[in-house]
Design a protein around this ligand. Structure first.
Ligand code: RAM
Length: 385
């Protein structure tokens, strides 16, 4: 009897810790709600910076369903599988996804691989398939390598979408794209042009060499750079920090050593830009920085004077990507969308979305244009995300 009681208590404690795990960082994300996107949506332009340019533990997974709320999820369960654990950007996406699932009374499963590799994600996809999940939303660590695992999932009736970093068109039903690939490429290239003064050496500090999103943005930047306007700029290296802080620090230091005439580093990754910002600022380097960063992590480094390493940078609302991805997952599972171009759906407070053709031959929904964070607005945003 005593034994039974003890095991019941242990079970309850385990369940509580699992539920707490899924609740993740800060539960409902109250301060980051629909408002967070409002200024971005209002100002809307990639060069909101026109002025500026003139401008869980690794390997953890958890489950939860909210209590006492009307369930539209039924017995369905919805997974989100990010690139890697320990990246605050990924945590924000998870937060938005969970918030919507909780409000629906739906069960959500969070998967965070220890390292940003395709192998780690394939293992987790197979686990989700084996447990009979209803949908998988994935940020791909590789465009093609996940195809067999994701195709097997879809063959079994599991709905598959991707967000943030796309898997190829055959591996998904829909891509939740944070912003257009071309607009990000143009925006970042314009920032490099502006900060270098249109000539000199610059380098890119990226995430992993296989990251679909960074590679697409880098290709878009190279495309833009073919224009005569950028003839004075020399891209000396694309370095990879693998979305790991220390590796990104080491790569930044190597760039400084290897290219004494370097003028600008562009880091299209929130992990890379923060690591580079600290190195440059601590060393009082004359090299300047731009790219994609979380305002909460970059506030100390953004400034117009020489004591700051980053004059301005860009991003979108990662919590909203998580929210939009949750609405897409729910709609795929309840059959109100199939992921075909031209279909429309409502994503709660985020509004109406129309599915369109993506550049890779698949389909996508686009959250909105990138937003500029400048010395003028960083204080306002640093507590939002
Ligand atoms: C990092 C990740 C993520 C990317 C952002 C900008 O957090 O690589 O995939 O979208 O940077």
């Amino acid at each position: 009897m005593k034994k039974k009681l003890l095991s019941a208590i242990l079970c309850a404690a385990m369940l509580a810790s699992v539920l707490a795990g899924c609740g993740g960082n800060g539960g409902s994300g109250s301060s980051t709600g629909g408002d967070a996107n409002a200024p971005a949506a209002d100002e809307g332009e990639a060069n909101a910076g026109d002025d500026a340019s003139s401008p869980s533990d690794a390997g953890d997974d958890a489950e939860a369903s909210s209590d006492g709320k009307e369930s539209s999820g039924g017995d369905a369960s919805y997974a989100i599988l990010v690139k890697s654990a320990g990246n605050p950007y990924n945590k924000k996406m998870i937060e938005g996804f969970q918030e919507v699932m909780d409000a629906q009374g739906a069960t959500c499963v969070v998967k965070e691989p220890e390292e940003a590799s395709a192998e780690a994600q394939i293992k987790m996809i197979n686990e989700l398939v084996a447990q009979g999940i209803s949908s998988i939303a994935i940020a791909g660590n590789d465009a093609d390598a996940l195809q067999p695992a994701l195709e097997e999932a879809m063959n079994q009736g599991i709905k598959v979408c991707c967000m943030d970093s796309a898997v190829n068109a055959d591996s998904r039903q829909l891509f939740v794209n944070q912003a257009g690939i071309e607009i990000i490429g143009e925006t970042l290239m314009e920032a490099v042009y502006d900060i270098t003064g249109g000539e000199g050496q610059w380098a890119i500090l990226s995430a992993t060499s296989q990251a679909t999103n960074q590679n697409a943005w880098i290709d878009a930047m190279k495309q833009v750079m073919e224009d005569e306007k950028y003839a004075g700029l020399e891209l000396v290296e694309v370095a990879y920090g693998d979305d790991e802080y220390q590796k990104s620090v080491d790569q930044t230091q190597a760039l400084l050593t290897n290219y004494p005439d370097l003028k600008v580093i562009c880091a299209p990754t929130t992990v890379g830009i923060m690591a580079a910002a600290k190195v440059l600022q601590d060393e009082s380097s004359s090299v300047k920085l731009t790219g994609l960063g979380l305002p909460s992590e970059m506030a100390d480094y953004i400034g117009a004077d020489d004591t700051h390493s980053c004059p301005y940078m860009y991003l979108w609302n990662p919590i909203d990507i998580g929210r939009l991805t949750a609405y897409v997952s729910l709609a795929l599972v309840d059959g109100s969308i199939t992921g075909a171009s031209g279909e429309t759906f409502t994503a709660g407070d985020l509004g109406e979305y129309t599915i369109s053709e993506a550049a890779d031959g698949g389909t996508e929904v686009v959250l909105g244009p990138p937003f500029a964070f400048t010395p003028d607005n960083i204080e306002e945003w640093k507590n939002v995300y």
